[in-house]
Design a protein around this ligand. Structure first.
Ligand code: TXA
Ligand code: MG
Length: 546
């Protein structure tokens, strides 16, 4: 079959419209441009034509199609009991990137709705397509025009790459202006439910509907046997050869995280501002960090590009969920099978590490006075041993029931277990180094403060370091440390020396951090003053950096 291309990029001419409409009326397949992505259209009332869509796409039969209509008044032709809110939404947002799930009328065949008693209705915002649908006088069932499992098509060239020879025609209407598919809201349930974030921001939908519930499948991977309300949400829309990891958080933060793992053989999807950060990696830019509309326009194009680039793994920066960010985030996370590193947005995290007696605690107390939220990882660990079920289970799996006493963890028993056995200690460290960052991240996210200080002797040995915008090694002259430990812990010089000898070298911390703070103040007052000055300066600098 030869696929006929109707070029409507510049002007729309009557005979092309008529010819394209004729393909639809004759039961053929016609790819159509919309403002979101290209659709693969057929007469939605013609079962045989609809079946051909599934064949051409290689689409699973249980995934229903959306009916495209040229104006809201067509709703009553195909839908029963159209609620008042549907008319209001249509008035407000059509033509535009919104699909409403409504009760279907019997004239809509099972092939179109995959047997559901509901049907998705949408009025796309594209002059050529609206003209073709009107001329055909049939509702156009159209999924995105990609082959199943591929990214949606945002240009006619993408459609031809996937569909040439498999369909009768394609209307070339230029590149899609939105770039991600329509927002889908189910109006047959109360409260209305968002089944897919898309080109119409959730906030705008909420302005009209209020209290829209977000379907679970939007935010996370469903478990075995769980069914999303939009059948299509269970399919991974794009499966690159290499595994994808989405990294959230402010651009500077996620860029730093990715840069540490970047290099030859790595693919990076990033905001324009950070393109230079990733060395030998294959880098593709999504647009600038603040321009979510541009990110939406480019996201599928970029994912598609990775088909022809050989990499072992792919990391993607990700916008926050506001506005169009929600749709971009969802498409990236779906491409990643929801493999995500959730770094925080809007927070500056400063990590402190160093030997005991160097004065970390004083420094952090000063930071707290400046309005920061402080996470003391020793205290956090102790707290998690008491209350964190995942940590307790991991410990039980590794060390057995004998480290528990009447259901509670027995720290002494655990200590004895790992005390003189290096392999047991390594086992414990692996568990702790996974748990503490997880707990810290949760506290960072929940904190109201925007500046966070982390106090951790093992800061640079685990994931904690990845959350930090800046790391500081606190050091002090040996003599001073010795005296401080003796006074603080009330122990002899000999005991204090032993304790110091058991620690890592100063250079270990210094070489792993962004900055070394030398704490050589003779009195606590002097130290506090020195710390305050230093921290004020640091906070200022980090703010400018963001
Ligand atoms: O922007 C768009 O919506 C594009 C353009 C072409 O209009 N179309 C599109 O269609 O993205 P498609 O088939 O790729 O995605 C439609 C999604 C699928 O996840 C499907 O499961 C869901 O909508 N869907 C369709 N009818 C439904 C229904 N009655 N109930 C629940 N979900 C439905
Ligand atoms: Mg699709």
């Amino acid at each position: 079959m030869k696929t006929k291309v109707f070029d409507m990029t510049a002007a729309v001419n009557g005979s092309d419209i008529a010819a394209a409409a004729e393909i639809l009326r004759g039961g053929g397949l016609l790819a159509i441009p919309t403002e979101t992505v290209y659709g693969l259209g057929a007469n939605g009332l013609d079962s045989a034509a609809v079946r051909r869509i599934f064949e051409a796409k290689g689409r699973p039969q249980d995934n229903p199609l959306i009916l495209h209509i040229p104006e809201a008044s067509w709703l009553t032709r195909y839908c029963e009991d159209v609620p008042e809110v549907a008319w209001r939404l249509a008035e407000e947002f059509w033509p535009g990137p919104l699909t409403m799930i409504l009760k279907r009328k019997p004239c809509v065949p099972d092939e179109t709705t995959a047997g559901l008693d509901t049907v998705g209705m949408r009025c796309p915002d594209h002059a050529a397509t609206l003209a073709v649908i009107r001329a055909s006088d049939v509702p156009v069932a159209a999924p995105s025009a990609n082959r199943s499992g591929r990214p949606s098509c945002t240009t006619a060239a993408h459609v031809l790459a996937d569909m040439e020879g498999r369909i009768e025609g394609i209307v070339d209407g230029g590149a899609c202006s939105v770039g991600v598919e329509s927002t889908i809201v189910d109006l047959t349930v109360t409260p209305p439910r968002l089944l897919r974030p898309g080109g119409l921001p959730l906030e705008k939908l909420n302005d009209v509907l209020g209290g829209v519930e977000v379907d679970k499948a939007v935010r996370e991977k469903l478990g075995e046997g769980e069914q999303p309300r939009a059948p299509g949400m269970k399919y991974r829309h794009y499966a690159p050869q290499a595994p994808v990891t989405v990294v959230t958080g402010d651009g500077a933060k996620s860029a730093r995280y990715i840069a540490r793992r970047s290099g030859e053989g790595v693919g990076v999807v990033c905001f324009d501002e950070y393109a230079h950060c990733f060395g030998e990696a294959e880098v593709r830019c999504m647009g600038s960090e603040g321009d979510k509309a541009e990110q939406a326009r480019r996201v599928f194009d970029i994912l598609r590009a990775f088909d022809d680039i050989s990499v072992d793994e792919i990391y993607a920066q990700c916008p926050d969920s506001e506005g169009l960010g929600f749709a971009v985030e969802n498409r990236l996370k779906k491409a990643a099978g929801f493999q995500t590193v959730d770094l925080p947005f809007g927070k500056t995290v400063i990590g402190f590490t160093g030997q005991t007696g160097a004065g970390k605690t004083t420094l952090l107390r000063e930071l707290e006075k400046l309005g920061a939220y402080i996470i003391d990882c020793d205290a956090l660990y102790t707290e998690m041993l008491e209350s964190d079920v995942t940590l307790q289970n991991d410990l039980r799996k590794a060390f057995g029931d004998e480290i528990f006493c009447e259901g509670k963890l027995d720290r002494k028993a655990l200590g004895t277990r790992v005390f003189s056995d290096e392999r047991e200690l390594a086992k414990l460290n692996a568990i702790v180094f996974a748990a503490v960052p997880r707990g810290a991240l949760q506290r960072i996210r929940e904190a109201e403060q925007t500046i966070i200080g982390i106090d951790a002797i093992n800061l640079t040995d685990c994931l904690l370091r990845d959350f930090c915008d800046y790391t500081v090694a606190v050091t002090a002259p040996k003599e001073l440390r010795l005296r401080r430990i003796m006074t603080r812990d009330g122990i002899s010089e000999e005991q204090a020396m032993l304790r110091m000898a058991a620690q890592r070298e100063e250079s270990y911390y210094a070489s792993r951090c962004d900055h070394v703070f030398i704490n050589d103040a003779e009195t606590p007052q002097k130290l506090a003053q020195q710390a305050e000055e230093y921290l004020n300066h640091l906070i200022q600098e980090l703010k400018e950096d963001l």
